[in-house]
Ligand binder design. Sequence first.
Ligand code: M6R
Length: 602
Amino acid sequence: MCGIVGYVGDDTAGQIVHGGLENLDYRGYDSAGMALLGDDGLTITKREGEVSNLSVPTVTGATCGIGHTRWSTHGPPTDTNAHPHTGMSDDIAVVHNGIIENYEELRATLVADGHEFTSETDTEVVPHLLERELDDGRDLRAALESAVAKLEGSYAIATVCADTDRIVATRHESPLVVGHDDDAAFLASDVTAFVEHTRDVTYLEDGDIVTLADGDATVYRDGEVVDRPIDTVEWDATAAEKGGYDHYMLKEIHEQPTALRQALSGRIDLDRGTADLDLTFPAGFLDSLDEIQFVACGTSFYAAEYAAQLIESFADVRATAELASEYTVDGGGDPRRTLTVAVTQSGETADTLGALRRANGGGIRTLAVTNTLGSTVTRDADDSLFIRAGPEIGVAATKTFASQVTTLALLSVFVAQERNALSAADARDVLTDLRGLPGAVQQVLDDAGDVREAATAFVDASAYFFVGRAHGYPVALEGALKLKEIAYDHAEGFAAGELKHGPLALVTEDTPILAVLTEGTRPEETLNNVAEAQTRGAPAIGIVDGSVETNSLDTAFSVPSLGPVTPLVANVYFQLFAYAIAKQQGRSIDKPRNLAKSVTVE
Ligand code: M6R
Protein backbone atom coordinates (compact mmCIF):
# COMPACT_ATOMS: atom_id res chain seq x y z
CA MET A 1 0.00 0.00 0.00
CA CYS A 2 1.17 3.52 -0.86
CA GLY A 3 4.23 4.45 -2.86
CA ILE A 4 7.06 6.82 -2.00
CA VAL A 5 9.39 8.47 -4.51
CA GLY A 6 12.32 10.79 -3.91
CA TYR A 7 14.91 12.39 -6.17
CA VAL A 8 17.99 14.56 -5.69
CA GLY A 9 20.11 15.39 -8.74
CA ASP A 10 20.81 17.76 -11.60
CA ASP A 11 17.58 17.14 -13.53
CA THR A 12 14.16 18.67 -13.03
CA ALA A 13 12.87 16.92 -9.93
CA GLY A 14 9.16 17.51 -10.73
CA GLN A 15 9.15 15.39 -13.88
CA ILE A 16 11.23 12.63 -12.33
CA VAL A 17 9.13 12.41 -9.17
CA HIS A 18 5.89 12.46 -11.18
CA GLY A 19 7.25 9.74 -13.50
CA GLY A 20 8.17 7.67 -10.44
CA LEU A 21 4.66 8.07 -9.05
CA GLU A 22 3.16 6.93 -12.34
CA ASN A 23 5.36 3.83 -12.15
CA LEU A 24 4.20 3.19 -8.58
CA ASP A 25 0.50 3.95 -8.74
CA TYR A 26 -0.36 0.24 -8.60
CA ARG A 27 0.65 0.47 -4.93
CA GLY A 28 -2.26 2.82 -4.21
CA TYR A 29 -4.27 5.21 -6.28
CA ASP A 30 -6.62 7.07 -3.96
CA SER A 31 -4.62 10.30 -4.12
CA ALA A 32 -1.17 11.57 -5.02
CA GLY A 33 1.07 14.49 -4.21
CA MET A 34 4.57 15.87 -4.27
CA ALA A 35 6.79 18.41 -2.55
CA LEU A 36 9.50 20.12 -4.63
CA LEU A 37 12.32 22.12 -3.16
CA GLY A 38 13.23 25.02 -5.47
CA ASP A 39 14.83 28.44 -5.34
CA ASP A 40 11.82 29.84 -3.45
CA GLY A 41 11.45 27.06 -0.91
CA LEU A 42 8.94 24.20 -0.87
CA THR A 43 6.05 23.85 -3.31
CA ILE A 44 3.48 21.25 -2.31
CA THR A 45 0.82 19.97 -4.62
CA LYS A 46 -1.62 17.11 -3.98
CA ARG A 47 -4.81 15.78 -5.46
CA GLU A 48 -7.48 13.16 -4.80
CA GLY A 49 -7.55 10.31 -7.35
CA GLU A 50 -4.93 8.73 -9.58
CA VAL A 51 -1.50 10.18 -10.31
CA SER A 52 -2.78 11.30 -13.73
CA ASN A 53 -4.93 13.91 -11.88
CA LEU A 54 -1.79 15.50 -10.47
CA SER A 55 -0.03 18.04 -12.65
CA VAL A 56 3.62 18.97 -12.13
CA PRO A 57 3.96 22.52 -10.84
CA THR A 58 6.54 24.84 -12.37
CA VAL A 59 9.17 25.29 -9.68
CA THR A 60 12.37 27.14 -10.55
CA GLY A 61 15.55 25.35 -9.51
CA ALA A 62 13.79 22.21 -8.21
CA THR A 63 16.44 19.48 -8.16
CA CYS A 64 15.10 17.81 -5.02
CA GLY A 65 11.62 16.40 -4.40
CA ILE A 66 9.49 13.70 -2.79
CA GLY A 67 6.17 12.23 -3.91
CA HIS A 68 3.51 9.85 -2.70
CA THR A 69 0.66 7.78 -4.06
CA ARG A 70 -1.83 6.72 -1.40
CA TRP A 71 -3.99 3.75 -0.43
CA SER A 72 -6.12 5.18 2.36
CA THR A 73 -6.16 3.76 5.87
CA HIS A 74 -6.80 6.71 8.19
CA GLY A 75 -9.03 9.32 6.59
CA PRO A 76 -10.86 9.05 3.26
CA PRO A 77 -9.15 9.84 -0.06
CA THR A 78 -9.40 13.64 -0.27
CA ASP A 79 -7.04 16.43 -1.31
CA THR A 80 -6.50 17.29 2.35
CA ASN A 81 -5.65 13.75 3.42
CA ALA A 82 -3.30 13.26 0.46
CA HIS A 83 0.44 13.31 1.20
CA PRO A 84 2.78 15.21 1.58
CA HIS A 85 1.74 16.54 4.98
CA THR A 86 3.10 19.63 6.61
CA GLY A 87 3.35 20.95 10.16
CA MET A 88 2.31 24.35 11.45
CA SER A 89 4.17 25.96 8.54
CA ASP A 90 4.66 24.71 5.00
CA ASP A 91 8.43 24.57 5.51
CA ILE A 92 8.51 20.85 6.09
CA ALA A 93 6.88 18.08 4.03
CA VAL A 94 6.49 14.42 4.90
CA VAL A 95 5.34 11.35 2.97
CA HIS A 96 4.67 8.10 4.79
CA ASN A 97 3.77 4.47 4.11
CA GLY A 98 2.45 2.23 6.87
CA ILE A 99 0.45 2.95 10.02
CA ILE A 100 1.45 4.96 13.08
CA GLU A 101 -0.43 3.10 15.78
CA ASN A 102 0.02 5.63 18.58
CA TYR A 103 -0.90 8.66 16.47
CA GLU A 104 -3.96 9.60 18.56
CA GLU A 105 -1.90 9.88 21.71
CA LEU A 106 0.87 11.83 19.90
CA ARG A 107 -1.67 14.10 18.28
CA ALA A 108 -3.29 14.87 21.64
CA THR A 109 0.10 15.83 23.10
CA LEU A 110 0.93 18.02 20.11
CA VAL A 111 -2.49 19.71 20.18
CA ALA A 112 -1.98 20.42 23.89
CA ASP A 113 1.30 22.10 22.84
CA GLY A 114 -0.60 24.35 20.41
CA HIS A 115 -0.15 22.40 17.15
CA GLU A 116 -3.10 22.59 14.75
CA PHE A 117 -3.95 19.68 12.50
CA THR A 118 -5.70 19.84 9.15
CA SER A 119 -6.06 16.19 8.03
CA GLU A 120 -7.57 13.02 9.45
CA THR A 121 -4.41 11.01 8.81
CA ASP A 122 -2.06 9.29 11.24
CA THR A 123 0.85 10.67 9.14
CA GLU A 124 0.33 14.31 10.06
CA VAL A 125 1.84 13.81 13.52
CA VAL A 126 5.25 13.27 11.87
CA PRO A 127 5.81 16.78 10.42
CA HIS A 128 4.57 18.27 13.70
CA LEU A 129 7.00 16.11 15.68
CA LEU A 130 9.78 17.09 13.27
CA GLU A 131 8.98 20.77 13.72
CA ARG A 132 9.36 20.37 17.44
CA GLU A 133 12.69 18.60 17.05
CA LEU A 134 13.98 21.22 14.59
CA ASP A 135 12.89 23.98 16.97
CA ASP A 136 15.03 22.28 19.60
CA GLY A 137 18.03 22.91 17.34
CA ARG A 138 18.48 19.48 15.72
CA ASP A 139 19.34 19.13 12.05
CA LEU A 140 16.89 17.27 9.83
CA ARG A 141 18.59 13.89 10.22
CA ALA A 142 18.80 14.10 14.00
CA ALA A 143 15.24 15.46 14.08
CA LEU A 144 13.93 12.48 12.11
CA GLU A 145 15.87 10.02 14.27
CA SER A 146 14.44 11.57 17.39
CA ALA A 147 10.89 11.86 16.00
CA VAL A 148 10.62 8.24 14.85
CA ALA A 149 11.79 7.06 18.28
CA LYS A 150 8.36 8.22 19.48
CA LEU A 151 6.43 6.28 16.83
CA GLU A 152 4.83 2.86 17.22
CA GLY A 153 3.77 0.92 14.15
CA SER A 154 5.25 0.46 10.70
CA TYR A 155 6.58 3.18 8.49
CA ALA A 156 8.71 4.31 5.62
CA ILE A 157 9.06 8.08 5.91
CA ALA A 158 10.71 10.64 3.65
CA THR A 159 10.96 14.32 4.41
CA VAL A 160 12.22 17.55 2.88
CA CYS A 161 12.65 20.86 4.62
CA ALA A 162 12.67 24.35 3.07
CA ASP A 163 16.16 25.31 4.17
CA THR A 164 18.07 22.04 3.67
CA ASP A 165 18.74 20.85 0.14
CA ARG A 166 18.28 17.18 0.88
CA ILE A 167 15.87 14.34 1.50
CA VAL A 168 16.08 12.44 4.77
CA ALA A 169 14.27 9.13 5.09
CA THR A 170 13.94 6.05 7.29
CA ARG A 171 12.08 2.76 7.48
CA HIS A 172 10.62 0.37 10.01
CA GLU A 173 8.75 -2.69 8.67
CA SER A 174 7.93 -0.94 5.40
CA PRO A 175 10.15 -1.13 2.31
CA LEU A 176 12.48 1.63 1.15
CA VAL A 177 15.15 1.34 -1.49
CA VAL A 178 17.79 3.80 -2.71
CA GLY A 179 18.87 4.11 -6.37
CA HIS A 180 22.36 5.31 -7.35
CA ASP A 181 23.10 7.09 -10.61
CA ASP A 182 26.15 9.12 -11.66
CA ASP A 183 24.89 12.48 -10.48
CA ALA A 184 21.63 11.58 -8.85
CA ALA A 185 20.16 9.60 -5.98
CA PHE A 186 16.68 8.10 -5.92
CA LEU A 187 14.46 6.84 -3.16
CA ALA A 188 11.37 4.67 -3.49
CA SER A 189 9.27 2.03 -1.84
CA ASP A 190 9.84 -0.17 -4.91
CA VAL A 191 12.60 -0.15 -7.56
CA THR A 192 9.95 0.01 -10.29
CA ALA A 193 9.72 3.73 -9.51
CA PHE A 194 13.19 4.54 -10.84
CA VAL A 195 14.45 1.47 -12.71
CA GLU A 196 14.28 3.46 -15.97
CA HIS A 197 17.07 5.69 -14.55
CA THR A 198 19.25 3.20 -12.66
CA ARG A 199 19.41 -0.49 -11.75
CA ASP A 200 22.00 0.00 -8.98
CA VAL A 201 20.15 -0.14 -5.68
CA THR A 202 20.61 -0.35 -1.94
CA TYR A 203 17.88 -1.98 0.12
CA LEU A 204 17.65 -0.13 3.42
CA GLU A 205 17.30 -1.98 6.70
CA ASP A 206 14.89 -1.20 9.53
CA GLY A 207 16.27 1.68 11.56
CA ASP A 208 18.56 3.03 8.81
CA ILE A 209 18.41 6.77 8.21
CA VAL A 210 19.39 7.81 4.70
CA THR A 211 20.33 11.27 3.48
CA LEU A 212 20.07 12.07 -0.23
CA ALA A 213 22.06 15.21 -1.05
CA ASP A 214 24.33 16.45 -3.85
CA GLY A 215 23.29 13.52 -6.04
CA ASP A 216 24.51 10.99 -3.49
CA ALA A 217 23.05 8.83 -0.74
CA THR A 218 24.57 8.23 2.70
CA VAL A 219 23.17 5.67 5.14
CA TYR A 220 23.42 6.21 8.90
CA ARG A 221 22.83 3.91 11.80
CA ASP A 222 22.75 5.32 15.34
CA GLY A 223 24.38 8.49 14.04
CA GLU A 224 27.31 6.70 12.30
CA VAL A 225 27.75 6.23 8.55
CA VAL A 226 27.31 2.57 7.56
CA ASP A 227 28.14 0.70 4.37
CA ARG A 228 25.22 -1.00 2.70
CA PRO A 229 25.77 -3.19 -0.38
CA ILE A 230 24.79 -1.99 -3.85
CA ASP A 231 22.87 -4.65 -5.80
CA THR A 232 22.00 -4.64 -9.50
CA VAL A 233 18.38 -5.25 -10.43
CA GLU A 234 18.22 -8.02 -13.02
CA TRP A 235 15.32 -6.66 -15.07
CA ASP A 236 15.04 -3.35 -16.88
CA ALA A 237 12.32 -0.76 -17.39
CA THR A 238 10.77 -2.53 -20.40
CA ALA A 239 9.79 -5.42 -18.10
CA ALA A 240 7.54 -2.99 -16.22
CA GLU A 241 5.84 -1.55 -19.34
CA LYS A 242 2.61 -2.68 -20.98
CA GLY A 243 4.36 -3.72 -24.19
CA GLY A 244 1.37 -3.23 -26.48
CA TYR A 245 -1.20 -4.99 -24.29
CA ASP A 246 -4.32 -3.14 -23.11
CA HIS A 247 -3.55 -3.96 -19.50
CA TYR A 248 -0.59 -5.09 -17.42
CA MET A 249 -2.72 -8.00 -16.27
CA LEU A 250 -3.14 -9.29 -19.83
CA LYS A 251 0.56 -8.81 -20.50
CA GLU A 252 1.41 -10.72 -17.33
CA ILE A 253 -0.99 -13.55 -18.19
CA HIS A 254 0.82 -13.84 -21.54
CA GLU A 255 4.24 -13.69 -19.86
CA GLN A 256 3.58 -16.93 -18.01
CA PRO A 257 5.51 -19.25 -20.34
CA THR A 258 8.58 -17.04 -19.93
CA ALA A 259 8.08 -16.67 -16.18
CA LEU A 260 7.77 -20.45 -15.80
CA ARG A 261 10.93 -21.06 -17.83
CA GLN A 262 12.74 -18.65 -15.50
CA ALA A 263 11.36 -20.42 -12.42
CA LEU A 264 12.59 -23.77 -13.74
CA SER A 265 15.87 -22.67 -15.29
CA GLY A 266 18.87 -24.57 -13.90
CA ARG A 267 16.74 -26.20 -11.22
CA ILE A 268 15.95 -29.53 -12.91
CA ASP A 269 18.39 -32.35 -13.53
CA LEU A 270 16.41 -34.93 -15.47
CA ASP A 271 19.33 -37.35 -15.78
CA ARG A 272 19.69 -37.63 -12.04
CA GLY A 273 15.97 -37.03 -11.44
CA THR A 274 16.62 -34.18 -8.97
CA ALA A 275 15.34 -30.71 -8.22
CA ASP A 276 18.43 -28.57 -7.69
CA LEU A 277 17.58 -25.66 -5.46
CA ASP A 278 20.12 -23.32 -3.97
CA LEU A 279 19.03 -24.20 -0.42
CA THR A 280 21.10 -25.63 2.38
CA PHE A 281 19.46 -26.88 5.55
CA PRO A 282 21.30 -28.25 8.60
CA ALA A 283 22.23 -31.91 8.16
CA GLY A 284 19.26 -34.16 8.85
CA PHE A 285 16.83 -31.25 9.34
CA LEU A 286 14.48 -32.03 6.45
CA ASP A 287 14.63 -35.72 7.21
CA SER A 288 13.58 -35.20 10.81
CA LEU A 289 10.66 -32.86 10.05
CA ASP A 290 7.25 -33.58 11.55
CA GLU A 291 5.50 -30.74 9.78
CA ILE A 292 5.82 -28.08 7.10
CA GLN A 293 3.56 -25.08 7.63
CA PHE A 294 2.88 -22.63 4.82
CA VAL A 295 1.69 -19.13 5.70
CA ALA A 296 0.42 -16.65 3.12
CA CYS A 297 -2.44 -14.36 2.08
CA GLY A 298 -4.73 -14.07 -0.94
CA THR A 299 -3.43 -15.65 -4.11
CA SER A 300 -0.21 -16.65 -2.39
CA PHE A 301 -2.32 -18.58 0.12
CA TYR A 302 -3.94 -20.55 -2.69
CA ALA A 303 -0.47 -21.31 -4.08
CA ALA A 304 0.47 -22.44 -0.57
CA GLU A 305 -2.60 -24.71 -0.36
CA TYR A 306 -1.59 -26.28 -3.67
CA ALA A 307 1.97 -26.72 -2.35
CA ALA A 308 0.83 -28.29 0.93
CA GLN A 309 -0.98 -30.96 -1.08
CA LEU A 310 2.10 -31.58 -3.25
CA ILE A 311 4.44 -31.84 -0.27
CA GLU A 312 2.15 -34.29 1.50
CA SER A 313 1.87 -36.48 -1.55
CA PHE A 314 5.58 -36.45 -2.48
CA ALA A 315 7.49 -35.99 0.75
CA ASP A 316 5.63 -38.07 3.33
CA VAL A 317 5.39 -35.23 5.82
CA ARG A 318 2.42 -33.41 7.28
CA ALA A 319 1.92 -30.10 5.45
CA THR A 320 -0.60 -27.36 6.19
CA ALA A 321 -1.42 -24.00 4.65
CA GLU A 322 -2.62 -21.32 7.03
CA LEU A 323 -3.86 -17.84 6.38
CA ALA A 324 -1.03 -15.70 7.72
CA SER A 325 -3.43 -13.44 9.61
CA GLU A 326 -4.76 -16.48 11.52
CA TYR A 327 -1.45 -18.20 12.18
CA THR A 328 -0.32 -18.93 15.71
CA VAL A 329 2.50 -21.17 16.88
CA ASP A 330 0.61 -22.18 20.03
CA GLY A 331 -0.31 -25.81 20.26
CA GLY A 332 2.05 -26.77 17.44
CA GLY A 333 4.47 -29.63 17.52
CA ASP A 334 8.18 -29.57 18.29
CA PRO A 335 9.54 -26.30 16.82
CA ARG A 336 12.87 -28.00 16.04
CA ARG A 337 10.98 -30.45 13.79
CA THR A 338 8.89 -27.84 12.00
CA LEU A 339 9.60 -25.66 8.95
CA THR A 340 7.45 -22.59 8.29
CA VAL A 341 7.38 -21.36 4.69
CA ALA A 342 6.17 -17.80 4.07
CA VAL A 343 4.87 -17.44 0.52
CA THR A 344 4.61 -13.82 -0.62
CA GLN A 345 5.06 -12.27 -4.04
CA SER A 346 5.97 -8.84 -2.72
CA GLY A 347 7.83 -10.01 0.36
CA GLU A 348 6.23 -7.09 2.19
CA THR A 349 2.72 -8.28 3.14
CA ALA A 350 2.31 -7.31 6.80
CA ASP A 351 0.12 -10.30 7.71
CA THR A 352 2.65 -12.74 6.25
CA LEU A 353 5.60 -10.99 7.89
CA GLY A 354 3.69 -11.08 11.19
CA ALA A 355 3.19 -14.85 10.89
CA LEU A 356 6.83 -15.33 9.95
CA ARG A 357 7.96 -13.37 13.00
CA ARG A 358 5.69 -15.45 15.22
CA ALA A 359 7.30 -18.59 13.80
CA ASN A 360 10.79 -17.14 14.28
CA GLY A 361 9.85 -16.18 17.83
CA GLY A 362 8.67 -19.75 18.47
CA GLY A 363 12.08 -21.11 17.50
CA ILE A 364 10.90 -22.53 14.17
CA ARG A 365 13.20 -22.51 11.13
CA THR A 366 11.71 -20.34 8.37
CA LEU A 367 11.93 -20.14 4.60
CA ALA A 368 10.71 -17.26 2.39
CA VAL A 369 9.36 -18.00 -1.10
CA THR A 370 9.12 -14.66 -2.87
CA ASN A 371 9.48 -12.73 -6.10
CA THR A 372 11.25 -9.77 -4.59
CA LEU A 373 14.97 -9.56 -3.99
CA GLY A 374 15.87 -7.46 -0.96
CA SER A 375 12.32 -7.58 0.41
CA THR A 376 11.68 -7.70 4.14
CA VAL A 377 10.70 -11.37 4.08
CA THR A 378 14.14 -12.32 2.74
CA ARG A 379 15.75 -10.65 5.73
CA ASP A 380 13.41 -12.06 8.33
CA ALA A 381 13.47 -15.68 7.16
CA ASP A 382 16.37 -18.07 7.66
CA ASP A 383 16.46 -18.95 3.94
CA SER A 384 14.97 -17.59 0.72
CA LEU A 385 13.83 -19.15 -2.53
CA PHE A 386 12.99 -16.86 -5.46
CA ILE A 387 10.17 -17.51 -7.91
CA ARG A 388 11.84 -15.37 -10.63
CA ALA A 389 8.62 -14.13 -12.24
CA GLY A 390 9.90 -10.61 -12.96
CA PRO A 391 7.92 -7.49 -12.02
CA GLU A 392 4.16 -7.88 -11.69
CA ILE A 393 2.34 -4.55 -11.93
CA GLY A 394 -1.31 -5.64 -12.24
CA VAL A 395 -2.87 -5.67 -8.78
CA ALA A 396 -4.44 -9.05 -9.54
CA ALA A 397 -1.69 -11.65 -9.30
CA THR A 398 -1.43 -13.92 -12.35
CA LYS A 399 2.04 -14.97 -13.46
CA THR A 400 3.30 -14.96 -9.91
CA PHE A 401 0.70 -17.57 -8.90
CA ALA A 402 1.98 -19.84 -11.69
CA SER A 403 5.59 -19.20 -10.69
CA GLN A 404 4.85 -19.74 -6.99
CA VAL A 405 3.17 -23.11 -7.55
CA THR A 406 5.95 -24.18 -9.92
CA THR A 407 8.73 -23.18 -7.52
CA LEU A 408 6.89 -24.83 -4.63
CA ALA A 409 6.48 -27.99 -6.71
CA LEU A 410 10.27 -28.00 -7.14
CA LEU A 411 10.61 -27.50 -3.40
CA SER A 412 8.29 -30.47 -2.81
CA VAL A 413 10.51 -32.71 -4.94
CA PHE A 414 13.62 -31.34 -3.21
CA VAL A 415 12.21 -32.06 0.27
CA ALA A 416 10.92 -35.48 -0.82
CA GLN A 417 14.35 -36.48 -2.05
CA GLU A 418 16.10 -35.27 1.07
CA ARG A 419 13.67 -37.49 2.99
CA ASN A 420 14.10 -40.42 0.59
CA ALA A 421 10.36 -40.37 0.04
CA LEU A 422 10.41 -40.14 -3.77
CA SER A 423 12.33 -42.39 -6.12
CA ALA A 424 14.43 -40.83 -8.88
CA ALA A 425 12.01 -42.32 -11.42
CA ASP A 426 8.95 -40.77 -9.77
CA ALA A 427 10.79 -37.47 -9.34
CA ARG A 428 11.71 -37.57 -13.03
CA ASP A 429 7.99 -37.90 -13.91
CA VAL A 430 7.09 -34.83 -11.84
CA LEU A 431 10.03 -32.85 -13.19
CA THR A 432 9.09 -33.78 -16.75
CA ASP A 433 5.56 -32.52 -16.08
CA LEU A 434 7.01 -29.27 -14.75
CA ARG A 435 9.21 -28.95 -17.85
CA GLY A 436 6.03 -29.21 -19.94
CA LEU A 437 4.35 -26.27 -18.21
CA PRO A 438 5.59 -23.36 -20.38
CA GLY A 439 4.48 -25.08 -23.59
CA ALA A 440 1.12 -26.15 -22.13
CA VAL A 441 0.38 -22.65 -20.87
CA GLN A 442 1.27 -21.29 -24.30
CA GLN A 443 -1.32 -23.63 -25.85
CA VAL A 444 -3.99 -22.18 -23.57
CA LEU A 445 -2.89 -18.63 -24.41
CA ASP A 446 -3.24 -19.45 -28.09
CA ASP A 447 -6.91 -20.15 -27.27
CA ALA A 448 -7.50 -16.72 -25.71
CA GLY A 449 -9.87 -15.64 -28.50
CA ASP A 450 -12.21 -18.59 -27.82
CA VAL A 451 -12.33 -17.76 -24.11
CA ARG A 452 -13.17 -14.13 -24.90
CA GLU A 453 -15.99 -15.25 -27.17
CA ALA A 454 -17.34 -17.79 -24.68
CA ALA A 455 -17.26 -15.24 -21.85
CA THR A 456 -19.63 -12.95 -23.80
CA ALA A 457 -22.52 -15.29 -22.97
CA PHE A 458 -21.86 -14.98 -19.23
CA VAL A 459 -21.10 -11.30 -18.80
CA ASP A 460 -24.47 -10.59 -17.13
CA ALA A 461 -24.36 -13.57 -14.75
CA SER A 462 -25.52 -12.84 -11.21
CA ALA A 463 -22.67 -14.90 -9.69
CA TYR A 464 -19.93 -17.32 -10.75
CA PHE A 465 -19.10 -20.53 -8.91
CA PHE A 466 -15.75 -22.25 -9.36
CA VAL A 467 -15.35 -25.85 -8.23
CA GLY A 468 -12.60 -28.43 -8.06
CA ARG A 469 -11.18 -31.26 -5.99
CA ALA A 470 -7.62 -31.95 -4.79
CA HIS A 471 -5.25 -29.63 -6.72
CA GLY A 472 -8.30 -28.34 -8.55
CA TYR A 473 -9.68 -26.83 -5.32
CA PRO A 474 -7.05 -24.10 -4.73
CA VAL A 475 -7.28 -23.32 -8.42
CA ALA A 476 -11.08 -22.91 -8.09
CA LEU A 477 -10.50 -20.53 -5.18
CA GLU A 478 -7.95 -18.57 -7.20
CA GLY A 479 -10.26 -18.43 -10.24
CA ALA A 480 -13.03 -16.93 -8.11
CA LEU A 481 -10.68 -14.42 -6.48
CA LYS A 482 -9.56 -13.14 -9.89
CA LEU A 483 -13.15 -12.57 -10.97
CA LYS A 484 -14.06 -10.80 -7.72
CA GLU A 485 -11.01 -8.56 -7.85
CA ILE A 486 -11.22 -7.30 -11.40
CA ALA A 487 -14.90 -7.66 -12.38
CA TYR A 488 -16.40 -6.77 -8.96
CA ASP A 489 -18.84 -9.64 -9.43
CA HIS A 490 -19.86 -12.17 -6.86
CA ALA A 491 -17.70 -15.25 -7.37
CA GLU A 492 -16.96 -18.12 -5.00
CA GLY A 493 -14.69 -21.10 -5.13
CA PHE A 494 -15.90 -24.34 -3.54
CA ALA A 495 -14.58 -27.81 -2.97
CA ALA A 496 -16.81 -29.48 -5.55
CA GLY A 497 -18.22 -31.96 -3.02
CA GLU A 498 -19.41 -29.12 -0.79
CA LEU A 499 -21.75 -27.62 -3.38
CA LYS A 500 -24.58 -29.92 -2.32
CA HIS A 501 -24.07 -29.07 1.36
CA GLY A 502 -25.41 -25.53 1.06
CA PRO A 503 -24.14 -23.44 -1.85
CA LEU A 504 -26.48 -25.30 -4.24
CA ALA A 505 -29.24 -23.07 -2.87
CA LEU A 506 -27.59 -20.16 -4.69
CA VAL A 507 -27.53 -21.91 -8.04
CA THR A 508 -29.83 -20.65 -10.82
CA GLU A 509 -29.68 -20.36 -14.60
CA ASP A 510 -27.77 -17.10 -14.01
CA THR A 511 -24.91 -18.67 -12.06
CA PRO A 512 -22.39 -20.41 -14.33
CA ILE A 513 -20.34 -23.21 -12.77
CA LEU A 514 -16.69 -23.35 -13.81
CA ALA A 515 -15.04 -26.65 -12.99
CA VAL A 516 -11.56 -28.16 -13.01
CA LEU A 517 -12.02 -31.66 -14.46
CA THR A 518 -8.49 -32.87 -15.05
CA GLU A 519 -6.54 -35.99 -14.13
CA GLY A 520 -5.76 -36.27 -10.42
CA THR A 521 -8.64 -34.02 -9.36
CA ARG A 522 -11.23 -36.82 -9.19
CA PRO A 523 -13.02 -35.44 -12.26
CA GLU A 524 -15.80 -38.09 -12.30
CA GLU A 525 -17.01 -37.01 -8.87
CA THR A 526 -16.70 -33.33 -9.71
CA LEU A 527 -18.65 -33.92 -12.91
CA ASN A 528 -21.49 -35.35 -10.79
CA ASN A 529 -21.50 -32.17 -8.69
CA VAL A 530 -21.53 -30.10 -11.86
CA ALA A 531 -24.50 -32.14 -13.12
CA GLU A 532 -26.36 -31.37 -9.87
CA ALA A 533 -25.93 -27.67 -10.62
CA GLN A 534 -26.85 -28.11 -14.29
CA THR A 535 -30.09 -29.86 -13.23
CA ARG A 536 -30.95 -26.61 -11.42
CA GLY A 537 -30.36 -24.64 -14.63
CA ALA A 538 -26.74 -23.53 -14.22
CA PRO A 539 -24.63 -23.44 -17.36
CA ALA A 540 -21.40 -25.46 -16.94
CA ILE A 541 -17.93 -24.66 -18.22
CA GLY A 542 -15.25 -27.29 -17.67
CA ILE A 543 -11.50 -27.35 -18.09
CA VAL A 544 -10.80 -30.86 -19.30
CA ASP A 545 -7.85 -33.02 -20.33
CA GLY A 546 -9.65 -36.02 -21.78
CA SER A 547 -9.46 -38.05 -18.57
CA VAL A 548 -13.28 -38.24 -18.36
CA GLU A 549 -16.19 -38.09 -20.76
CA THR A 550 -17.38 -34.46 -20.63
CA ASN A 551 -20.07 -34.26 -23.33
CA SER A 552 -22.58 -33.07 -20.75
CA LEU A 553 -20.75 -29.75 -20.31
CA ASP A 554 -22.12 -26.66 -22.02
CA THR A 555 -18.61 -25.41 -22.79
CA ALA A 556 -15.29 -27.24 -22.51
CA PHE A 557 -11.73 -26.00 -22.81
CA SER A 558 -8.88 -28.48 -23.17
CA VAL A 559 -5.51 -28.57 -21.52
CA PRO A 560 -2.69 -31.08 -22.01
CA SER A 561 -2.26 -33.55 -19.14
CA LEU A 562 0.72 -32.71 -16.95
CA GLY A 563 0.05 -34.86 -13.90
CA PRO A 564 -0.20 -32.92 -10.64
CA VAL A 565 0.37 -29.54 -12.28
CA THR A 566 -2.42 -29.83 -14.87
CA PRO A 567 -4.75 -27.61 -12.74
CA LEU A 568 -2.12 -24.88 -12.93
CA VAL A 569 -2.59 -24.89 -16.69
CA ALA A 570 -6.39 -24.93 -16.22
CA ASN A 571 -6.02 -21.80 -14.11
CA VAL A 572 -4.86 -19.85 -17.17
CA TYR A 573 -8.36 -20.34 -18.65
CA PHE A 574 -9.83 -18.90 -15.45
CA GLN A 575 -7.49 -15.89 -15.70
CA LEU A 576 -8.50 -15.28 -19.31
CA PHE A 577 -12.17 -15.72 -18.42
CA ALA A 578 -12.02 -13.19 -15.55
CA TYR A 579 -10.13 -10.76 -17.77
CA ALA A 580 -12.68 -11.10 -20.58
CA ILE A 581 -15.65 -10.51 -18.23
CA ALA A 582 -13.99 -7.49 -16.59
CA LYS A 583 -12.96 -6.05 -19.97
CA GLN A 584 -16.49 -6.34 -21.33
CA GLN A 585 -17.73 -4.55 -18.22
CA GLY A 586 -15.16 -1.77 -18.68
CA ARG A 587 -13.59 -2.29 -15.25
CA SER A 588 -10.36 -0.73 -14.02
CA ILE A 589 -8.53 -4.03 -14.49
CA ASP A 590 -5.00 -3.11 -13.43
CA LYS A 591 -6.10 -0.99 -10.49
CA PRO A 592 -9.32 -2.47 -9.11
CA ARG A 593 -11.25 -0.31 -6.69
CA ASN A 594 -10.28 -0.47 -3.00
CA LEU A 595 -7.23 -2.68 -3.61
CA ALA A 596 -3.47 -2.19 -3.70
CA LYS A 597 -0.74 -4.49 -4.91
CA SER A 598 1.05 -4.83 -1.63
CA VAL A 599 -0.77 -4.68 1.69
CA THR A 600 1.70 -3.52 4.31
CA VAL A 601 -0.79 -3.10 7.15
CA GLU A 602 -2.29 -5.82 9.35
O1 M6R B 1 2.59 -9.98 -2.03
P1 M6R B 1 1.79 -11.13 -1.47
O2 M6R B 1 1.89 -12.33 -2.31
O3 M6R B 1 2.11 -11.41 -0.05
O4 M6R B 1 0.29 -10.62 -1.51
C1 M6R B 1 -0.73 -11.38 -0.94
C2 M6R B 1 -2.08 -10.90 -1.38
O5 M6R B 1 -2.29 -9.58 -0.94
C3 M6R B 1 -2.24 -10.95 -2.91
O6 M6R B 1 -2.02 -12.24 -3.39
C4 M6R B 1 -3.65 -10.48 -3.31
O7 M6R B 1 -4.60 -11.40 -2.88
C5 M6R B 1 -3.70 -10.28 -4.83
N1 M6R B 1 -4.34 -9.04 -5.13
C6 M6R B 1 -4.40 -11.38 -5.54
O8 M6R B 1 -4.61 -11.14 -6.88
